[in-house]
Ligand binder design. Sequence first.
Ligand SMILES: NC(=O)C1=CN([C@@H]2O[C@H](COP(=O)(O)OP(=O)(O)OC[C@H]3O[C@@H](n4cnc5c(N)ncnc54)[C@H](O)[C@@H]3O)[C@@H](O)[C@H]2O)[C@@H](O)CC1
Ligand SMILES: Nc1ncnc2c1ncn2[C@@H]1O[C@H](COP(=O)(O)OP(=O)(O)O)[C@@H](O)[C@H]1O
Ligand SMILES: [K+]
Length: 514
Amino acid sequence: MKIFTSEQIYAADRFTIEKQQITSDILMERASVQIFEWMNSRLQGAQVKIHLFCGIGNNGGDGIALARHLQEHGYSIGVYVVNYSEKRSKDFLLNLDRLKERKLWPEFLDSECEFPELGRDDIIVDAIFGIGLNRNPDNWVATLIQHINSSSAFILSVDIPSGLYMEQLPSSSDNVIRANHVLSFQAPKLAFFLPQTGVYINQWELLDIGLDAEFLYKTKTGYEFIGKPEVLPMYRPRLKFSHKGNYGHSLIIGGSYGKIGAVQLAGKACLEIGGGLLTALIPECGYTTLQTALPEAMVITCDNDDLIDDISYEIQPTVIGVGMGMGLDKVSIKAFSAFIEKNNIPLVVDADGLNIISKNPKLLKNLPKQTVLTPHPKELERLLGKWNDDFDKLEKAKSFSKKYDCIIVIKGAHTIVVYKDVGFINSTGNPGMATAGSGDVLAGMITGLISQGYEPLSAAIFGVYLHGLSGDLVVSDNGYEAVTSSKLVGHIGKAFMELFRRPEQEQNKEIKEV
Ligand SMILES: NC(=O)C1=CN([C@@H]2O[C@H](COP(=O)(O)OP(=O)(O)OC[C@H]3O[C@@H](n4cnc5c(N)ncnc54)[C@H](O)[C@@H]3O)[C@@H](O)[C@H]2O)[C@@H](O)CC1
Ligand SMILES: Nc1ncnc2c1ncn2[C@@H]1O[C@H](COP(=O)(O)OP(=O)(O)O)[C@@H](O)[C@H]1O
Ligand SMILES: [K+]
């Protein structure tokens, strides 16, 4: 699913209005009817107090139109116009008149007013600012926002929490509504997914207001949200007459004394995701352990007992995953650098591999095209340098990806796979996955997908999705705290099955039809 900028959304509005031969207030009406239906289906007429805070632009207009629907259905409402500017939008005014025709007079709030009292069991509709926010709210509006935030009432934001910009950070957290739920029109907004701005949103949901599908489809965007519909077409089914050679030979290079487990996790994940053959290149000390823990793997060792000190092998791997648990001893740095200089096999670089590259950036030009780099936030900072904020981080990652033709997997909640001009934002995963070794598992999974013939970009996007889905499945059996990396690996198979599971309703329908 595409993620649009505010300019693209305004363009889609204009195009839709023209093509469907409608007036702009029809879109506002669709928006408000959708929100009303969402609320009504949950509230079922309950007489809970609903406070609607409406700005004077189109976001406010949505709120005012919603107030009309709520009133017509007998809900108990209080409507407040947050009068932050004289420049009221046409459709806001139109809907304000419609409200007045029904003898409903909103209360106009300004810097002089006392704010309404808000009960903890009330519902607040936040329609103060939408995607049009272009400067910080005035102090009194910020005070109102804090008043709303401190109410403990349930806050439902229209389109985007008020005070949250589409493409920059708010100057202060006091300026932003903390939404329990956001009903966003047509497509999610980038700010929902970034660590610095996603914190203002508990949950979000999309409402379809009928913007022109073809226009949206054809519009190129800088970000995409990756869910099941996006990854399903990437899946490469296994063929009946295939043999293990069809699924490639992965080489995992890493480990050091006390960190052989990283290679074990990556190797196991590589096989569980369907890789054909696996060889692990590790220091001597891990030989018996790895052969015992992972009998499916072939193991070759360096001469050094404790460290990777030489990367040479006689096999012909399809793909190499390197860096997990390798450490930063100078012998390993030397061996890794020499390896990068001569290697031309597709590569996934993780952990200490990334740290070595950050310290020796000249190695970057030796990476094969579309090498997958899997940094966590600290490793990313070492690679890109400091960034100003999350938006800047993404721009820097895109420039880096273009400069070196590499794929960057920015790990975290909503991992983002960046390749050149596009960031692919993952939808699966949970905080239980913030656990030792979970990144090793991911690197192994991506390696195992490339080994089977997935293009590196698809392997990164699909691998991240399946990794998160495995995590979600672990949570449903164990809760967040008990997620471990071994369990993640153990759920990769179930994640594949979940991918193809049809909703129960659909299955029942078929049974009835038979
Ligand atoms: N295609 C869509 O998604 C549709 C969007 N609609 C709504 O329209 C909203 C966008 O409406 P607008 O463009 O009118 O913008 P907003 O309602 O977000 O803001 C209103 C206006 O206030 C001004 N402003 C911005 N920041 C300010 C500040 N800090 N202090 C004072 N004034 C400020 C701006 O000039 C802005 O146009 C969307 O978020 C959505 O709720 C719907 O009405 C219908 C269709
Ligand atoms: N809060 C979170 N929500 C979702 N996924 C997370 C969260 N925290 C971490 N993860 C995932 O867990 C993995 C952690 O990787 P990393 O930090 O490299 O772990 P390690 O070094 O222990 O292997 C990443 O794939 C990341 O996306
Ligand atoms: K809003």
